[in-house]
Design a protein around this ligand. Sequence first.
Ligand SMILES: C[S@@+](CC[C@H](N)C(=O)[O-])C[C@H]1O[C@@H](n2cnc3c(N)ncnc32)[C@H](O)[C@@H]1O
Length: 206
Amino acid sequence: MLNAPAAERNKDPILAVLRECVDTRKPLQALEISSGTGQHVAHFAQALRHITWQPSEFDHQSLASIEAYRTHYHLDSVKPPIHLDASLPCENWGSIQPESLDLVVNINMIHISPIACTEGLFKGAGQILKPQGILLTYGPYAVNGQITPESNVNFDYSLRQRNPEWGLRDISLLSCMAQKSGLFLEKVVDMPANNKCLLFRKESLV
Ligand SMILES: C[S@@+](CC[C@H](N)C(=O)[O-])C[C@H]1O[C@@H](n2cnc3c(N)ncnc32)[C@H](O)[C@@H]1O
């Protein structure tokens, strides 16, 4: 069971946003993309018992950690984690069926992966979400071409030093990408430590 201090800090504020945006009256199906250690899915599953969670990861060591959380806490509503590369078409995302999910959650991946992962995230979410389903992303973002405050400017610089394909993305760019996949930015929620939650809703065809 790996432990990421940032996940420990942000899991409750993100849970509060989830509580506000998900329907609590009926059973729901959720996919977490880039589950990391498994701390988030373990926390959310214990708090939101009506949601069945499918955790996923690109990194194999993280997959083992997610499974360790799942068994340690006897999380019946969490499925065994699957290997998922967000940059690939969603036909490669295990056996997830089109329009089968109510919720997709993606925490702190968009700025720490090549843009192809973000493109794949929106394309895939557009296909696997039911109409009116929600994609929640969390992390630091640029707004109208500006990164604030100074600590996020420095963070963006350090990410780009580590990998030129990484870095904070602009919310307007994400909103455009999402729209191409039928997802509309419904809400931006300011979060602690200069992060935000972005809530995208899949357009209903009716
Ligand atoms: C900063 S970590 C965030 C992990 C976790 N969501 C959290 O907040 O603690 C970034 C995650 O993105 C994942 N990632 C990198 N490339 C990916 C890809 N192509 N598809 C899916 N996830 C990827 C990494 O394995 C890593 O777990």
